[in-house]
Design a protein around this ligand. Structure first.
Ligand SMILES: Nc1ncnc2c1ncn2[C@@H]1O[C@H](COP(=O)(O)OP(=O)(O)O)[C@@H](O)[C@H]1O
Ligand SMILES: [Mg+2]
Length: 262
């Protein structure tokens, strides 16, 4: 007998609206999908299709004038929409990690990489400064960064964009989240660095059984990494399927159009 495993993340009927003077913009409409443990689910669609607002809704980071108007968001057995801002902040470190497109701006420019790593670790774990430092070095090494001890003393402006993005991944993973949300994580990087980072993500997901929601408009990234694809257009998911299905037999005209334009 097979026992159906509940999904790690379940988004059901999510709608997001932005209030502007005299009108309401619907940025996401009736969006539903799941991410299983150990799975990489890609959210694909052109710019402005609602990918980031979907991610921000899950993370509880959607800012005014945006708001979740409808729908359910469950992380395992936790109803994220019923969580207080404080609970969400705690979950964001501990259960959900996030990496955004622009690592240079996400890192604090006036604090060393090490200080930021140690602070993040101690925010989520009761460990001494020295223990946190040791954990930080281990985590930086795990995302493929060479000479992590020396890197700890560096500042964001002293390292490359690719290294910054690896530091961001290390920061996102340091508290052992079960879900990673990666919003166009390699868009700002050159092809070679991009490929290396994607391979790291794939390895990390296999080693840690992490579920990843991967937001991208790059079909190459999807082909390389994703298990499941959800195609978004104008706030709606128009087609979902396995990577094979979507590439071999796209059903929605928009999916075909997107695939042809790559
Ligand atoms: N701050 C905002 N104010 C008003 N509308 C917004 C704002 N942010 C996003 N939107 C609306 O949400 C839509 C989806 O945005 P977004 O999720 O960022 O797209 P994507 O990440 O797919 O490029 C936009 O096309 C826009 O209509
Ligand atoms: Mg976006």
């Amino acid at each position: 007998m097979t026992v159906e495993k509940p999904p790690l993340l379940r988004v059901n009927g999510l709608s997001v609206t932005f209030r502007a003077p005299g009108k309401v913009i619907t940025a996401a409409e009736n969006v539903s999908f799941e991410v299983q443990q150990g799975q990489i689910a890609a959210l694909v669609g052109e710019s402005g299709s609602g990918k980031s607002v979907t991610a921000l809704s899950i993370l509880g980071l959607l800012d005014y004038p945006g708001a979740v108007a409808q729908g359910e968001i469950w992380l395992d057995e936790v109803n994220l929409r019923a969580c207080s801002p404080r609970e969400l902040r705690r979950l964001r470190g501990r259960e959900m990690g996030v990496i955004f497109q622009d690592p240079m701006n996400a890192l604090n420019p006036v604090r060393s990489i090490g200080a930021q790593m140690i602070e993040t670790i101690r925010l989520h774990r009761r460990v001494s400064w020295a223990e946190a430092k040791a954990l930080a070095i281990v985590q930086l090494a795990r995302v493929g960064l060479p000479d992590p001890a020396a890197l700890m003393t560096r500042y964001a402006f002293q390292i490359s964009g690719g290294m910054c993005q690896r530091v961001m991944i290390a920061l996102a993973l340091v508290s052992g989240p079960r879900l990673l949300i990666a919003d166009e994580p390699t868009t700002a990087l050159d092809m070679i660095v991009q490929a290396r980072i994607l391979r790291e993500l794939d390895r990390i997901r296999r080693e840690n059984g992490l579920g990843i929601l991967l937001i991208t408009h790059d079909w190459g990234v999807v082909a390389e990494l994703a298990d499941i694809v959800h195609v978004m257009k104008a706030g709606r998911i128009v087609e979902s399927g396995s990577v094979f299905q979507i590439f071999e037999n796209p059903e929605h005209p928009y999916t075909r159009e997107l695939l042809n334009s790559r």
